[in-house]
Design a protein around this ligand. Structure first.
Ligand SMILES: *Cc1c(COP(=O)(O)O)cnc(C)c1O
Length: 377
């Protein structure tokens, strides 16, 4: 047995349930191209996320890339976004020949600081692409008002927010579209997969074309589409994992409570609070923000020595990635850069043992103590 503790552990259904689900494929030999399981799963996702429409995709990144493409923005258009995210968010903008304009984040919840959006709008701005980072919900009301005022599209990267609600509304119902990832490392997975949710039916057809080569019939090709279809085996995984999501989230919540209790004694700047009464959380991540980068790196190294693999999500911020050197404006995101140098995501999954949470917290306490002692010398 691998005794390493990773930052997450992929949810898997009981083996027999998965086998039962894929057994019919050995009769039909229909493995992909919007088969029965795909249709069933798309409907269930729509229902589960409580959204009018959902379009399944091969992964979260292609979902982002294709929904941006479906909006038909003029090349060179500017998209206001956050650099404090997985690099996929920024790549999806750039790969559509659009310019990412980086907005700073809020120091407590790490989501885009909506009070800074208007100052970044120019006559080239076409859209706002915020991220509900770590499941913390963006200020959707203010963002919507700004979008309306300036006639901009809003696409939410909701990859961290599966199953969440905000003020009693489904998280996937805000903006013009929201994107969720079903990657193996997320709260809910289909091995690889993703979905776009939206309320404008026209978007369904546009996305269908984009994910299926623009093919409408055997001899009818209407668009220059890519291939981003979810296959039947992934749809089957989704159908089997979905009934367990709520229970998994409950168990994650218990782990979070334990972390919160134990970390109170540590001299860190902040850690996941999960205390906004307007949000029904999915407890996807547990973050610790240290006072200094040294503390963070020390905790990271000390945890590794103990076979515990915390992750520096999100470091570096995307505008500082090597591939974007010299390409886009990267000033004015001091909070994002500072947080990224001091943050650590701790292991969190339903089966994480309480004893290991205690160990992790003891190690973090030790890392911070040693640091403050050397500072005193
Ligand atoms: C995981 C993730 C993505 C990409 O999703 P994949 O399914 O891995 O392609 C995009 N944005 C964010 C914020 C993510 O966490």
């Amino acid at each position: 047995m691998d005794k390493k503790i990773k930052v997450t552990r992929s949810a898997m259904p009981p083996f027999e349930e998965y086998v039962e689900k894929i057994r019919p494929l050995w009769d039909t030999h229909w493995l992909t191209n919007m088969g029965c399981l795909h249709k069933e799963f798309e409907k269930e996702v729509c229902h589960f996320l409580d959204v009018p429409y959902a379009s399944l995709m091969v992964n979260g990144h292609m979902a982002l890339e294709l929904v941006i493409q479906a909006m038909n923005f003029p090349a060179g258009g500017e998209v206001i976004t956050t650099p404090f995210t997985f690099v996929s968010t920024t790549h999806a903008i750039v790969r559509n020949n659009l310019i990412p304009v980086f907005c700073d984040i809020k120091p407590d919840t790490y989501v885009m600081d909506e009070s800074q959006i208007e100052s970044l709008i120019t006559d080239k701005t076409v859209a706002i692409l915020p991220v509900h980072v770590y499941g913390n919900v963006c200020n959707v009301d203010v963002i919507q008002a700004i979008a309306q005022k300036y006639n901009l599209k809003v696409i939410y990267d909701a990859c961290h927010a599966f199953a969440e609600m905000y003020q009693g509304k489904a998280i996937g119902s805000f903006g013009d579209a929201s994107v969720f990832s079903f990657h193996a490392t997320k709260v809910f997975n289909t091995i690889e997969g993703g979905v776009v949710t939206f309320s404008d039916k026209i978007l369904y057809e546009k996305l269908y074309d984009l994910k299926n080569f623009g093919i409408r019939g055997e001899e009818s090709i209407l668009g220059v589409g890519a291939n981003a279809k979810m296959n039947e085996f992934c749809a089957a995984m989704g159908l089997c994992n979905l009934p367990y999501v709520k229970d998994n989230i409950e168990r994650r919540k218990e782990k979070v409570e334990r972390y919160k209790k134990l970390l109170k004694e540590c001299s860190v700047k902040n850690f996941s609070q999960y205390d906004d009464a307007d949000i029904k959380y999915n407890y996807a991540y547990f973050t610790v923000e240290f006072w200094t980068e040294e503390d963070r790196n020390k905790a990271y190294a000390l945890l590794r020595e103990n076979d515990i693999y915390a992750r520096k999500y999100f470091y570096p911020i995307t505008c500082d990635a090597k591939c974007y050197e010299g390409r886009f404006e990267k000033a004015g995101v001091d909070t994002a850069r500072s947080v990224s140098e001091r943050i650590l995501v701790l292991p969190l999954y339903p089966e994480l043992e309480d004893e290991n949470i205690s160990r992790i917290c003891r190690i973090i306490k030790k890392a911070c103590q040693e640091e403050s002692e050397t500072e005193k010398e």
